[in-house]
Design a protein. Structure first.
Length: 117
């Protein structure tokens, strides 16, 4: 059972990255029932919500990323994405994906995003 995040890297300010988070394991047999989210944690800061997408497809964003980031999901691939545009140095953090539904709360291992100025 795991969430495998990928797509992080080093990018210049103003650039773009697309993160992916693929779910695997028996508890994700019905991936579509999970609410999915992306969170991030910068050094010396608490983990914070970036964006979520519910099982019904409703999205929610932190104010700091609205208009720049887009969360989406592909239930057939059991994958959630985070398209990040117009990246800023303050977006630098480890990004984690999360899957939650009644009785389950699963975290991925994180992927590093570094934005240089």
């Amino acid at each position: 059972v795991q969430l495998q995040a990928s797509g992080g890297g080093l990018v210049q300010a103003g650039g773009s990255l697309r993160l992916s988070c693929a779910a695997s394991g028996s508890i994700f047999s019905i991936f579509s029932t999970y609410n999915m989210g992306w969170y991030r944690q910068a050094p010396r800061n608490p983990r914070e919500l970036v964006a979520t997408v519910t099982s019904a497809g409703t999205t929610n964003y932190a104010d700091s990323v609205k208009g720049r980031f887009t969360i989406s999901r592909d239930n057939s691939r059991k994958t959630v994405y985070l398209q990040m545009n117009s990246l800023k140095p303050e977006d630098t953090a480890v990004y984690y994906c999360n899957a939650i539904r009644f009785g389950y709360d699963v975290w991925g291992q994180g992927t590093q995003v570094t934005v240089s100025s």
